[in-house]
Write a protein that binds this ligand. Structure first.
Ligand code: IMP
Length: 429
């Protein structure tokens, strides 16, 4: 591929983006994480070793890549440094390899506490967050009380900002949630500065670096976190994450003009079925033995939290919506092999609401909760596609499934992932 490329989730996260980014990164000069934080997580297998990445782009596991964590990411420094230590055996040296935006905001321990308190107070209406402090960190950012990486360069200024940020968090905890917490400000202050020392040489203006790189014709791989349906603006609000996890987050998350980013190709990753962690509407959710079969066959338990994922049939209303708002050039379909042993496979092509057919994904939660999927039922292929590498060997029934996805979304399926290993994939277009 000649152009830069965006790989993002087109469902509710966990579509298997990590493997795809890892697989494609050898072709790119830069690999960029631009939104979210350590709520994301994927495992990359290199040889006999497994690496769980949350913040660092997967290009770190390849030679000669520049890996950027740009301004849209919220960074918990202790987690970043812990992750750097874990990949040290492969990365060796981070200078010239890992670049951290001076404009990125920092997640502090009080953000994590507030995340937990907010969730607890919501009771059965909780979002089901990862409890990594993501929402409160973005609240600080947009409330203009956040602390950025650049602010750590001036310890006195940082101290003042930290004092007011912690005081505000304490007040929220006490007055809104009726809980007092005790965090030692001195400890957090010195710990943060110590952690900062470990990454200070990696901090730079990543927006400038990317702008220059793109203008020089460098190839950039943008690595989306979470998924389109968790986008703060376009997702199933309020059951969403706190950043723009669709393509809409590319410009604000990198600080690069849409003119430059617009030249990149955009591929949305979708499982051959749907999973969701946390709460919120999920029209095609299966609470029966088929749902359990998807969970078992697909090993559907979270990388970051270990939670069992909710599972259901592929939802083309949601995928059509994702394709439109992301401007997807192609779909990368993952975990096709999980459907290998189903007699029948259902695919939602529309919803029924109050006796009417709906083809566009609704904004209203109330409508969404009342929507019943209208399914097309396809015959299962009942042979193993696991690890398949030649498209000619795909069973006819699997092609019918792929053709239906393309017809309904108007987007070509360009690649299939047929197993967890780097080598298990097929380009079909
Ligand atoms: P938060 O991002 O931790 O605030 O969680 C908000 C919602 O996004 C919850 O439903 C989480 O389960 C979901 N979420 C956050 N990160 C991921 C992810 O990487 N994969 C899947 N779901 C996620």
């Amino acid at each position: 591929m000649d152009s830069s490329l965006v790989i993002l989730g087109s469902q509710w996260g966990d579509e298997g983006k990590g493997k795809i980014v890892d697989l494609l990164s050898p072709d790119y000069d830069y690999v960029v994480r631009y939104q979210g934080g350590s709520n994301a997580g994927h495992t990359v297998i290199v040889g006999s070793k497994k690496y769980a990445l949350h913040l660092i782009p997967s290009g770190i596991l390849h030679e000669g890549k520049k890996n950027l964590i740009t301004n849209g990411v919220v960074i918990a420094l202790e987690e970043l440094v812990r992750e750097m230590n874990k990949v040290k055996d492969v990365a060796k040296n981070f200078e010239g390899k890992l670049f951290i935006s001076d404009r990125a905001h920092i997640v502090f321990p009080h953000h994590k506490i507030l995340d937990g308190l907010a969730e607890k107070s919501k009771g059965k209406d909780k979002v089901g967050t990862t409890l990594k402090g993501i929402g409160p960190a973005y609240m600080s950012k947009y409330g203009r009380t956040g602390i950025r990486v650049a602010d750590l360069m001036d310890p006195k200024y940082f101290r003042n900002r930290l004092e007011s940020s912690m005081a505000e968090a304490k007040e929220i905890a006490e007055k809104i949630y009726g809980v007092s917490f005790n965090l030692n400000i001195n400890k957090i202050y010195f710990q943060t500065l110590k952690l900062f020392e470990k990454i200070e040489n990696l901090v730079c203006d990543t927006a400038l670096m990317l702008d220059k790189g793109l203008k020089e014709g460098k190839k950039v791989l943008f690595e989306g976190a979470q998924g389109t349906m968790l986008d703060i603006d376009m997702g199933t609000y309020p059951y969403v994450t706190s950043s723009n996890s669709s393509a809409l987050g590319l410009c604000n998350g990198t600080g690069v003009s849409p003119r430059l980013i617009g030249k990149a190709k955009i591929y949305g990753v979708s499982k051959a079925y749907v999973t969701r962690v946390g709460s919120g509407p999920f029209p095609t959710e299966l609470k029966d033995s088929s749902g359990q079969k998807l969970r078992d066959e697909g090993h559907e338990y979270g990388t970051t939290t270990g939670r069992p994922r909710r599972c259901g049939w592929l939802d083309l209303v949601a995928l059509r919506f994702a394709s439109r708002i992301n401007g997807m050039d192609g779909i990368i379909l993952t975990k096709l092999d999980v459907l290998d042993h189903f007699e029948e496979i259902k695919v939602a092509v529309a919803y029924e609401y109050n006796g009417k057919e709906i083809k566009e994904f609704p904004a209203s939660l109330k409508i969404l909760e009342g929507c019943k999927p209208i399914y097309k039922t396809l015959k299962g292929w009942n042979v193993s596609t696991k690890g398949l590498k030649e498209k000619d060997k795909l069973p006819d029934e699997a092609w019918e499934f792929i053709n239906l996805i393309e017809e309904e979304t108007g987007t070509p399926v360009v690649m299939l992932s047929t197993g967890p290993e780097r080598s298990e994939y097929i380009w079909i277009k």
